[in-house]
Write a protein that binds this ligand. Structure first.
Ligand SMILES: C[S@@+](CC[C@H](N)C(=O)[O-])C[C@H]1O[C@@H](n2cnc3c(N)ncnc32)[C@H](O)[C@@H]1O
Length: 361
């Protein structure tokens, strides 16, 4: 099996989006947030076949998207942040909003797109209207936003479904983005931005949601000539209970994978530490073995030396025990000590016993 563990691209909605493109027949499309161009290239194929232009708004272009811009005359890469970039672009027929997933950005993007009443009518797809960004701001670059529009946030902690705060572990940005520290409440999240925008713009806009792969929203005027056809495309998927359950399950499984990966990373750290300690112990052991060998060598030499000396001493004692001088001395000693203790006399017998005792058994 291959492929990404976590589906996250707009490309996963290709059947829905291209069916909508076929009925709207746009002359121009804008993708906000192109990342590595996974979906951009599919949009470009469609655009080439239908004589349309594609604008990709991406403030942090990857080499892949830059290369696409060089190869495809249909693509114009706008290396700026949205919504500022949108305000400068000419109105397009279709927008795919998938950039900075937070309230202030998405609300301003919708304002920019529908500024002037939205004529000709626009179809806007918005990614991430479901969990986790639907009701919680995510920030790629919080310092680039107006400070009073940014919730207190964290780059380190993660989020899990059902917990409105943040947690150690969980689904997190790994340095790429930050989460608002709380979920829900006013002016928080992509879906909230869409709902507030719709509330402020009366009932002429429709909003449908496909509840999977982080949620796809579609906003379009009910009066558009193609609105009924777009309704038909979206109908099987919109608010589909089966898709919603599969999404809940997918998120649960993915969060379990993250948890297991975190455990594995902790276990790897412990193993690495143990490996380092073992390396130190091995080095100590080698030093101890070397010292033991050195001492054994010294001991052997010392024993050898002592044995040589002992051998010489034995020879001298043998010689002494056999000498006449010692026999005479023994006689004198015995005569003088008559009546004294027997073991205080000089004695050849004792000398020989001592000699015998020094021989290895
Ligand atoms: C989730 S990715 C887009 C994925 C892509 N649309 C797809 O479906 O394959 C989000 C992208 O938005 C970009 N981005 C972040 N802030 C942005 C902003 N203010 N305007 C436009 N793009 C932004 C990020 O650099 C990132 O590449």
């Amino acid at each position: 099996m291959s492929g990404p563990l976590l589906l996250h691209s707009l490309a996963e909605f290709r059947e829905i989006i291209f069916d909508c493109l076929d009925v709207v027949a746009p002359r121009s499309l804008v993708e906000v947030g192109a990342e590595d161009g996974t979906f951009t290239v599919e949009l470009l194929r469609w655009a080439r076949d239908h004589g349309a232009a594609v604008y990709a708004v991406e403030p942090f272009p990857t080499p892949a998207i830059t290369e696409l811009a060089e190869r495809w005359p249909e693509l114009r890469l706008v290396e700026e942040r949205s919504p500022g970039a949108l305000e400068k672009l000419e109105g397009a027929d279709i927008y795919l909003i998938d950039g900075d997933h937070n309230y202030v950005t998405v609300r301003a993007e919708l304002e920019a797109i529908f500024d002037g009443g939205g004529d000709p009518p626009r179809l806007v797809f918005l990614h991430d209207v479901g969990w986790p960004s639907g009701r919680r701001d995510m920030y790629y670059d919080p310092d680039s936003l107006p400070p009073d529009a940014v919730h207190t946030h964290t780059h380190e902690k993660g989020v899990v479904p059902g917990n409105h705060g943040v947690v150690q572990g969980g689904f997190r940005g790994a340095g790429h983005f930050a989460w608002s520290r709380h979920e829900g409440g006013p002016e928080n999240g992509v879906r909230t931005a869409v709902e507030d925008f719709l509330a402020a713009h009366g009932g002429e806009l429709r909003f449908a949601t496909v509840p999977c792969v982080f949620g796809l929203g579609a906003v379009y005027p009910a009066s558009a000539p193609w609105a009924a056809s777009v309704d038909d495309v979206l109908a099987p998927y919109a608010d589909n209970g089966l898709l919603a359950r599969l999404e809940d399950n997918r998120l649960l499984l993915y969060l379990t994978v993250i948890e297991l990966q975190d455990h594995l990373a902790q276990a790897s750290t412990v193993v690495d530490q143990a490996r380092l300690e073992r390396r130190d112990v091995d080095a100590e052991n080698r030093a101890l073995w070397a010292r033991t060998a050195e001492l054994e060598h010294l001991l052997d030499a010392r024993v050898q030396d002592l044995e040589t000396k002992l051998e010489r001493l034995r020879g001298e004692m043998e010689h002494l025990a056999r000498s006449r001088a010692f026999a005479v001395a023994e006689g004198i000693s015995r005569a003088r000590g008559v009546g004294g203790r027997a073991d205080s006399h000089l004695s050849r017998r004792r000398l020989r016993e001592l000699l015998e005792a020094t021989r290895p058994s």
